[in-house]
Design a protein around this ligand. Structure first.
Ligand code: NAD
Length: 294
């Protein structure tokens, strides 16, 4: 029997509607205050990577859709690290900005870790700052990286119970695999994280109740990796030689074995930008409630 398709399109549309509703409520409750500040997101793009430029345009469009004010900064590819850190410092102190995101990857002469660490942890809506990473691994409230958060939200909003399940993650990157392992552990899953040096990968994956592929290799996860009825989350976004976007999972084969599966496109990818909006709203609330305490 064919798997249930978990639609990132439908789930992200519902989340965006809720965010828009909440922001509309906030704005109308404060409509008599001309100085009231709408939630705002600053997005920095360094250089002209065409893929990154598309991502940044999408973020701006979705900000408009949900009512978040967006501030775009497009910097020359030769921008110095000192100039980029200066801009981040200005944005850290800008009351109109509640979230700051610097689009990765950066040109080679810039130190990504230094840039991520310069963003104020309270405005770090990508959840990449070492403080947020540390809080996540301690199970404390923090800003969580959007893609792994999107995976967990998809499971929860599809009514899939995580607690006690064996979750196998393929990939240990800092932006997907590692933070997802912490999130799933916080949700009481039993977590196995695998990577390019893992032995007996197929056997381990076949033990998964929930299998997450975050590898970056088109169609890598075939039917042999999947237990009958398992939930399969495909994070991969790969452009094949025919220019089609495909996931890390061989969908047409795995859909006949899995119980539920996310498609590519139309799956996790759509959730990432939506969760960025959710994180911006969370950062806004955190900042506003801190100011109210002063
Ligand atoms: P990455 O290159 O940083 O990490 C890939 C991981 O896969 C590594 O940990 C590596 O050990 C593992 N791996 C590689 N070959 C393997 C093999 N043969 N067997 C087992 N493990 C292997 O990639 P990333 O940034 O984590 O991205 C992974 C994929 O997810 C990419 O396709 C990327 O485009 C996609 N992605 C999607 C979103 C989204 O919004 N949906 C966000 C981020 C990344």
């Amino acid at each position: 029997m064919s798997a249930n398709i978990i639609s990132g399109k439908e789930i992200s549309a519902k989340i965006r509607e809720r965010i828009k509703y909440e922001i509309d409520e906030i704005m109308s409750a404060n409509s008599d205050n001309p100085n009231f500040i709408r939630p705002g997101l600053a997005v920095i793009l360094v250089g002209e990577d065409p893929g990154s430029a598309i991502y940044v345009r999408n973020k701006k469009r979705i900000c408009e859709e949900v009512g978040i004010r967006s501030f775009g900064y497009v910097l020359d590819a030769t921008t110095s690290e000192a100039d980029l850190l200066d801009l981040i410092d200005q944005l850290n102190h800008d009351d109109r900005v509640h979230g700051i995101l610097c689009q990765m990857p950066l040109p080679k002469h810039l130190d990504e870790f230094a840039v991520i660490s310069a963003i104020s942890p309270v405005k770090d809506v990508d959840g990449f700052h070492p403080i947020n990473k540390g809080l996540l691994s301690m199970g404390k409230e923090c800003l969580v990286p959007c893609t792994p958060l999107g995976c967990v939200e998809m499971l929860k909003l599809s009514g899939i119970d995580i607690s006690g399940k064996h979750c196998v993650i393929i990939g240990r990157s800092n932006i997907v695999g590692k933070p997802l392992s912490a999130l799933m552990l916080n949700e009481n899953a039993t977590v196995t994280i695998t990577h390019s040096k893992t032995k007996n990968l197929k056997e381990i994956c076949r033990q998964a109740d929930i299998l997450v592929a975050a590898i970056g290799k088109s169609g890598f996860v075939t039917g042999e990796f999947v237990k009958e009825g398992a939930v399969v989350i495909d994070v991969g976004i790969n452009r094949d030689p025919d220019n089609k976007v495909r996931g890390d999972v061989l969908f047409e084969e795995v859909v006949e074995i899995a119980g539920s599966i996310t498609p590519v496109p139309g799956g996790v990818g759509l959730m990432t930008t939506t969760l960025l909006m959710q994180n911006t709203l969370q950062a806004y609330h955190n900042i506003i409630s801190k100011e109210a305490d002063l």
